[in-house]
Design a protein around this ligand. Structure first.
Ligand SMILES: [Zn+2]
Length: 282
């Protein structure tokens, strides 16, 4: 799932390429992707695409007086194409055809239909439930006092940092990187951290997310590739050597994601029970 740096670089590139374009027509082949019906998608015809920006892990495509709020969920992509989609493209969910022949397309891969868009009056975006409930952006990281308040919850750091209502923009990839950078266990509780540990997480948010964004600015040209070159050090690297201390990176497998960490530096040498393994052994 694209997280803050991936959505941000995509929004920047789409904004650069498409701002000022005029909408000719629209289509929503993915029946369930458009979650609103008033105003209708047709209302976009003739609107000027004013810009594309990010809120949390969502896009806001500003179109005249309206705005399309887009959430990619785990398998969506928001991409600009030079030509119109074939109607046989089964990945198409929402199509915005521009008068210059290009097309802004929300696509989704895989079998599930979870990516969504909401067409709203531009002024109503901030009040939409998905936006209004967001915590502050994880990058740039909130000031120290605010960060202390955000983490002061008796919950494990891994789900806490991924909770968009607490802090916005972090998902399953970057949470591993942030906790590894801060040298903290994913199973520590936010409310149990000392001020130095809180500050390490805060600095790691800036370092990891800001560093990823800088990396993308350098390596990504005008078009964002389907698969972003994510500069990950531990996530998806179970079994490899920790780039900092050389210990073997371990993983805990959950139903639909994997948590990676360095036991040497994050859990006091302890290898955490892998739920997948223990379930298999039962
Ligand atoms: Zn290590």
């Amino acid at each position: 799932m694209p997280e803050l740096p991936e959505v941000e670089i995509t929004a920047r590139r789409l904004d650069r390429a498409a701002a000022g374009a005029i909408v000719e027509s629209t289509l929503a082949p993915g029946m369930v992707a458009l979650k609103t019906f008033d105003p209708p998608l047709d209302a976009l015809a003739g609107a000027t695409l004013r810009g594309v920006r990010r809120r949390g892990k969502m896009f806001v495509v500003e179109l005249g007086e309206l705005a399309l709020l887009v959430h990619l969920m785990s398998a969506g992509r928001l991409q600009l194409f030079d030509k119109r989609a074939s109607l046989r493209d089964r990945a198409s969910r929402i199509l915005i055809r521009l008068s210059d022949g290009r097309e802004l397309r929300l696509r989704e891969f895989g079998t599930q239909q979870r990516a969504w868009g909401k067409l709203l009056p531009a002024a109503a975006v901030e009040d939409d439930e998905a936006v209004a409930t967001l915590g502050p952006d994880a990058y740039p990281a909130p000031p120290a006092e605010e960060f202390v308040r955000i983490l002061a919850q008796p919950r494990h750091l891994h789900p806490l940092l991924r909770d968009q209502r607490s802090i916005a923009g972090i998902g399953r990839s970057w949470v591993d990187e942030i906790l590894w950078t801060a040298r903290l266990s994913p199973f520590r509780k936010g409310s149990e951290l000392d001020p130095d540990e809180v500050e390490r997480i805060r600095a790691a948010c800036d370092g990891c997310l800001g560093g990823a964004l800088e990396h993308y600015e350098e390596v990504i040209g005008d078009t964002v590739p389907d698969k972003l070159p994510m500069p990950l050090q531990v996530h998806r690297r179970a079994g490899e050597a920790c780039p900092r201390c050389g210990a073997k990176i371990e993983a805990v497998h959950f139903k639909d994601y994997v948590m990676c960490y360095c036991p040497e530096e994050q859990t006091g040498g302890r290898v955490l029970k892998d739920r997948r393994l223990s379930r298999l052994l039962k």
